[in-house]
Design a protein around this ligand. Structure first.
Ligand SMILES: [Cu+2]
Length: 142
């Protein structure tokens, strides 16, 4: 009897975890970003001619990205080198098509062109524990 109720409890916990994961996966599209200057016409041009390459080293650890804010200029090619220190994390910047898993101890490189001015949030998209939902940073494109 006791064992059976324990099993039921475990099934319940498993279901809750599944729901949380589904919410995280399907809910990530609903991010509101402050996009002050959208509507640029993209004519297949990769970057403004004056765009520079901006490289950053990031660490993902215990529900934070360090540094938490990245500032670039419109048209810059942005290269992020990211290493996760504790558990597997991820990074997603939906507005720039970035969605990447960050296995522990691996240096992962992410590249995109910051072709839209605005302030965007990037977030962890691999469930990593209790602080997962708060794990985000800010990308500022001037
Ligand atoms: Cu996470």
């Amino acid at each position: 009897m006791k064992k059976e109720s324990k099993n039921m409890f475990l099934i319940g916990v498993g279901l809750i975890a599944l729901v949380v994961v589904l919410i995280v996966i399907f809910g990530s599209g609903g991010n509101t970003s402050v996009n002050s200057n959208s509507g640029n016409s993209a004519n297949g041009v990769l970057a403004n001619s004056d765009g520079k390459v901006k490289e950053f080293n990031l660490v993902a650890n215990e529900f934070k990205f360090i540094p938490g804010t990245i500032t670039v200029n419109e048209g810059d090619k942005v290269i992020l080198h990211i290493e996760s220190l504790d558990v597997e994390h991820g990074i997603a910047i939906p507005q720039f098509g970035v969605s990447q898993t960050l296995p522990v101890g691996e240096n992962v490189t992410v590249e995109f062109v910051a072709d839209k001015v605005g302030t965007y949030s990037f977030h962890c998209n691999v469930y990593c524990g209790s602080g997962h939902r708060e794990m985000e940073g800010t990308l500022i494109v001037n």
